[in-house]
Design a protein around this ligand. Structure first.
Ligand SMILES: C[S@@+](CC[C@H](N)C(=O)[O-])C[C@H]1O[C@@H](n2cnc3c(N)ncnc32)[C@H](O)[C@@H]1O
Length: 301
């Protein structure tokens, strides 16, 4: 992508998210009131309760956390409530306004720093944060790999990286393909194309497991785990046509859930018996939209 096209795409992404931050549609209350933020928060964690197990907000009490792309600020609020030294950036003024009001409405402690910024050029020195967190953001940025590199760069060795990006081989992508490719007489179009053109802002990227493995193993990271979660966008993909949706639910059930539990992890008495983990460990339901990647930055680079 040329710089020019990349800048144009970034502007379109900005304009899309600047109209309304992600998840704000969940409230009909007056904007920036307590009810407004509570509706957004209640809906988010009812719909996606696994965000808590992924982010583990309270674990970062007193730690330096960077959230890239905080949107309506719901997760960012949890960092503040957990007593983290939180820093945040988002591409849009709309997100900054949401977070500014949210902090005031709840009387939350002031973040270390927050404002408009670009995931692809983080204005922080290398090795600064104990955690770099970005949920559902980096796949919207024109150069996603650069943004991932940036997040890893600013995390200190031994610190954590937690990123959610879209899994391409999921039910939700299939739905977009059926709707915008198959039913419009363009069955040769790919899932990638369907999500790029029709999922949220233009240019949304999605990744196969192999692609994620390639990207993340090339970085100075260890203990890379990728857990795919089924979302409402998968489970209700064809809710307008019940018979098809029932088939989708059967497929989700058949795909099963690869759990995180391994027998070796429970042989505490003899650590020498423990097998080392795979280079990248994949768990969860492989047909789910959300690929949640967690890893630790290696100390050697
Ligand atoms: C789908 S929303 C996710 C927001 C929030 N993380 C959440 O889970 O609700 C995507 C957010 O990423 C932001 N974003 C997109 N590209 C970005 C970039 N290059 N740098 C910083 N933020 C970006 C958008 O402004 C938007 O607020």
């Amino acid at each position: 992508m040329t710089t020019n096209t990349s800048e144009q795409l970034k502007q379109k992404v900005h304009d899309f998210w600047n109209r309304q931050s992600c998840g704000a549609y969940a409230s009909q209350a007056e904007k920036h009131t307590k009810s407004y933020f509570e509706d957004i928060e209640e809906f988010r964690y009812r719909e996606q309760p696994y965000i808590h197990e992924f982010a583990q907000f309270t674990r970062y009490h007193g730690k330096n956390v960077l959230e890239v792309g905080f949107g309506a600020g719901t997760d960012f609020t949890q960092w503040l409530r957990a007593g983290a030294n939180a820093t945040g950036i988002d591409l849009t003024q709309e997100a900054v306004a949401n977070l500014t009001h949210r902090i005031a409405v709840y009387g939350l402690p002031q973040p270390k720093q927050f404002g408009v910024g670009n995931a692809e050029n983080l204005e922080f020195p290398a090795n600064t944060f104990d955690l770099g967190y970005s949920f559902g953001v980096l796949h919207h940025s024109p150069n996603t790999e650069k943004a991932i590199h940036e997040l890893v760069r600013v995390v200190r060795p031994g610190g954590d990286v937690k990123i959610m990006v879209y899994n391409r081989r999921c039910v939700c992508a299939f739905k977009y393909w059926v709707k915008y490719a198959l039913l419009r007489g363009k069955p040769w179009k790919s899932f990638y194309w369907a999500l790029w053109n029709h999922m949220e802002s233009i240019g949304t990227k999605s990744y196969s497991r192999q692609e994620l493995k390639k990207i993340f193993t090339a970085l100075p990271l260890q203990d890379i785990r990728i857990h795919t979660y089924v979302t409402s966008a998968d489970y209700m993909a064809f809710s307008a046509f019940k018979p098809l949706n029932l088939l989708v639910r059967a497929a989700l059930a058949l795909a099963g859930n690869r759990q995180i539990w391994r027998r070796e992890d429970y042989q505490f008495a003899s650590p020498s018996n423990q097998k080392s983990r795979a280079e990248v460990e994949f768990t969860g339901n492989r047909l789910g939209l959300f690929a949640c990647i967690s890893a630790t930055k290696r100390a050697d680079k």
